[in-house]
Design a binder for this molecule. Structure first.
Ligand SMILES: [Zn+2]
Length: 480
């Protein structure tokens, strides 16, 4: 809409100037102005209109979620941390983002010290560009193309749209549907078992989302005065150059929609071809590229945690060193090579690689522990007993996990000095085969607090040991 108005204003402005220069042509100019006014909106209307899809998060929560996940991300990927490069990327990125439609996110752009040609964007405007993109781009417009593509993913809210769909699809065990009351970002993250480790969820987009980001990225390039063909040219270039070798990493995060280049070329046509005096390159870009190429090589990739779905990668054994976690309900410890994600009553403790793609594009917990509070249904004044409340919870769990079976139920145990029940469940593992879900339940003033320890049947004894140590460390908040 804004671009439409800008177009109209421009046409009017031009007409004015000419009219004052040549009074004799006033009528002709007026006619031209009318024509321009009539034609401009039509020409603009040709561009493909894109809007964000269904989303249960608010734009503000996109920012909150992005900020939270960006902290994990910056610990897990090697950041370049070079003020000169980051400020160049930020300037370029913000110039582009000014032309992204929709919500005004606090966009920020940082460089990752990785030579793989890749980039990723988190909800709310946290965009990361590998140095490999700067090194591989032939000119500024190509780099701008990649940044515009990432910016479009943010503007179209693809990350939280996918999280919304995953949530609604009742991800096996990772999302326990109606069992969880609060929809706060942290709680949803915990339910999805998603830290940055679950990047298959927030970062690996569908082909439809890719196509949308290509089209909007091309529009952003055009509106910023860059050669709008540059993005597609860059994709083609890196694809051609990698023929016979591994495809660039970019295409695993951003799978190629069908006819990628044709669709973008078509959008350039709809925009009426490249804008007049379009930008292709800048002295600044050439300088930054030279500078980045002169920097020492990045650290070896093997030294840092693996990205992507951990389907083929087994998590490292749980560390014997523990870290402390605290929320409104309890305090407990977890291995210091795992991640705690949560807010309110819900939390997940997950090793790197513990969340995997279940084969249907959903993130599912394969290794780790979930803690949450279930509100038992009570009939009239009758408080549900620990046994009744536990059975209700298992019913609910089986609703979203139909393959779940009780293996061993209602064994009395003690947790944090109080009465608890231990139940062993067996379920389909997202890794294939069966998994054991060890469920511990305790009645507390806030409801039935439950712990689910998840590991595939083949998991080593290390995991069992870590789960026991975690449960032993639980201390509940005291109520006066
Ligand atoms: Zn993409």
């Amino acid at each position: 809409m804004t671009t439409k108005h800008a177009g109209i204003r421009q046409a009017r402005h031009r007409a004015h100037r000419r009219a004052s220069v040549d009074r004799g042509l006033r009528h002709t100019v007026a006619l031209v102005a009318t024509l321009a006014l009539a034609l401009a909106p039509l020409a603009w209307a040709e561009r493909t209109h894109l809007k964000p899809g269904w989303n249960m998060f608010s734009p503000q929560q996109d920012v909150e979620l992005g900020r939270q996940v960006s902290k994990d991300a910056e610990r897990q990927v090697p950041m370049l941390n070079d003020a000169r490069v980051d400020s160049y990327l930020n300037n370029l990125g913000r110039r582009l983002a000014a032309h992204a439609p929709g919500e005004r996110y606090p966009y920020q752009y940082k460089c990752v010290n990785d030579r793989a040609i890749n980039a990723f964007a988190l909800p709310g405007g946290y965009v990361y560009v590998n140095r490999g993109v700067i090194e591989a781009a032939d000119n500024e417009a190509q780099l701008a193309g990649v940044i515009a593509h990432e910016t479009a993913h943010v503007a179209l809210r693809h990350g939280t749209n996918q999280a919304t769909k995953a949530y609604a699809a009742q991800v096996p065990l990772a999302v326990l549907g109606g069992v969880l009351g609060s929809n706060s970002v942290g709680a949803v993250l915990a339910q999805l078992g998603a830290g940055f480790a679950a990047n298959s969820l927030l970062l690996k987009y569908s082909r439809t989302a890719e196509s949308q980001a290509d089209i909007m990225g091309t529009q952003i390039l055009y509106d910023s005065g860059y050669d709008p063909r540059a993005m597609a040219q860059f994709f083609e270039k890196i694809e051609t150059e990698s023929k016979g070798k591994n495809p660039p990493e970019f295409f695993s995060n951003h799978p190629s929609p069908e006819h990628r280049v044709e669709r973008v070329t078509d959008e350039v046509d709809r925009l009426g071809g490249p804008p007049r005096n379009y930008l292709s390159d800048s002295a600044e870009f050439r300088e930054i590229k030279r500078y980045v190429l002169s920097l020492p090589p990045p650290p070896k990739a093997g030294a840092r945690p693996q990205q992507g779905s951990g389907r083929s990668r087994r998590p490292d054994p749980p560390s014997n060193r523990f870290r402390s976690f605290e929320n409104e309900t309890l305090r407990m410890s977890y291995p210091d090579n795992w991640q705690a994600n949560g807010q309110g009553n819900a939390v997940s403790f997950v090793p790197v690689g513990g969340v995997v793609d279940d084969g249907h594009g959903h993130a599912a917990l394969a290794y780790g522990m979930l803690v949450n509070v279930f509100e038992p249904h009570t009939d009239r004044d009758n408080q549900a007993s620990l046994e009744e409340a536990t059975d209700q919870l298992i019913d609910d769990l089986r609703h979203s996990n139909p393959a779940m079976r009780v293996v061993r139920g209602h064994e009395r145990v003690r947790l944090a000095g109080g009465r608890a029940l231990s139940t062993y469940l067996s379920n389909d593992s997202p890794l294939g085969g069966r998994e054991t879900d060890w469920l511990i339940t305790v009645l507390r003033p806030e409801g039935l607090v439950y712990f689910v320890a998840v590991a595939p049947g083949s998991a080593s004894a290390d995991f069992e040991r870590a789960f026991r140590a975690m449960l032993d460390s639980v201390r509940f908040r005291q109520y006066q």
